[in-house]
Write a protein of this length. Structure first.
Ligand code: SF4
Ligand code: FES
Length: 248
């Protein structure tokens, strides 16, 4: 497969970036998108050029770091897929592929395709924890009955990998889907009740401090989320917020 890649190159946070075109040959449909990027970088290194910086770690859809806008879509054209899980068979011989970093003020570019997502860490630190002692003297799990539907919803919310595709997809660069998934995973379980009021208030406050935009119910976040995190979480977070405000 022969491809033309148009890639955002930016030497550092303050540097002016630009799209650079790279022809690439010898790409197999069974390669992953990141393996294709590895081949490009090997070629660049062999030519004495600076390789394209991109984030990656697990390469199996778990860590949430392989973030790129591919032809204008977070993680590319395949639904419920991170970039590392995307294969080149999704593209055709002769294709031109544009590759850019996430675009959001709260995710500043560090270099090329790598953005700083530590704003997500700070939202988590603001409330995504429980004070219940879960080591040493843990009660038998079955002594606190939890409805199967709630347990399933909490588990599904917890599958958010913090990739930021929801922010990148949103015209407002809103982090509501991410934050609401983290709030929901505790709001649905009795273990989360102790800090419930502070959690939602503090996490939403931190989300605003970081400069994420507001939600206007467009739903692009859910469409592009590689883990299928649902919009219902946003409604749940809004209810939790209202309850916390009312109860003081
Ligand atoms: S909600 Fe989905 S898109 Fe947003 S950070 Fe979590 S896994 Fe990524
Ligand atoms: S490299 Fe970890 S999710 Fe893609």
């Amino acid at each position: 497969m022969k491809l033309t890649l148009k890639i955002w190159r930016q030497a550092g946070p303050e540097a002016k970036g630009k799209m650079v075109t790279y022809p690439l040959d010898g790409i197999d449909g069974d390669m992953s998108f990141l393996e294709m990027m590895d081949i490009l970088n090997e070629n660049l290194i062999n030519q004495g050029e600076v390789p394209v910086e991109f984030d990656h770690d697990c390469r199996e859809g778990i860590c949430g770091s392989c973030n790129m806008m591919i032809n204008g879509q977070p993680h590319g054209p395949q639904k419920l897929t991170t970039t590392c899980q995307l294969h080149m068979r999704k593209f055709n011989d002769g294709d031109t592929i544009t590759i850019e970093p996430w675009r959001a003020a709260a995710f500043p570019v560090i270099k090329d395709l790598i953005v700083d997502r530590s704003s997500f860490d700070r939202i988590q630190q603001a409330g995504a924890y429980v004070s219940v002692n879960t080591s040493g003297n843990t009660q038998d799990a079955n002594s606190i009955p939890i409805k199967k539907a709630d347990a399933d919803e909490a588990f599904h919310s917890a599958t958010c990998i913090g990739c930021g595709a929801c922010v990148a997809a949103c015209k407002n660069a809103s982090a509501m889907l991410f934050t609401s998934a983290k709030v929901s995973q505790y709001a649905l379980l009795p273990q989360g009740e102790i800090e419930a009021t502070d959690r939602v208030m503090n996490m939403v406050r931190q989300m605003d401090i970081e400069g994420f935009g507001n939600c206007t119910n467009t739903g692009a976040c859910m469409i592009e989320c590689p883990k299928g995190i649902k919009l219902e979480n946003i409604a749940r977070m809004n209810r939790e917020y209202l309850k916390a405000e009312t109860l003081g």
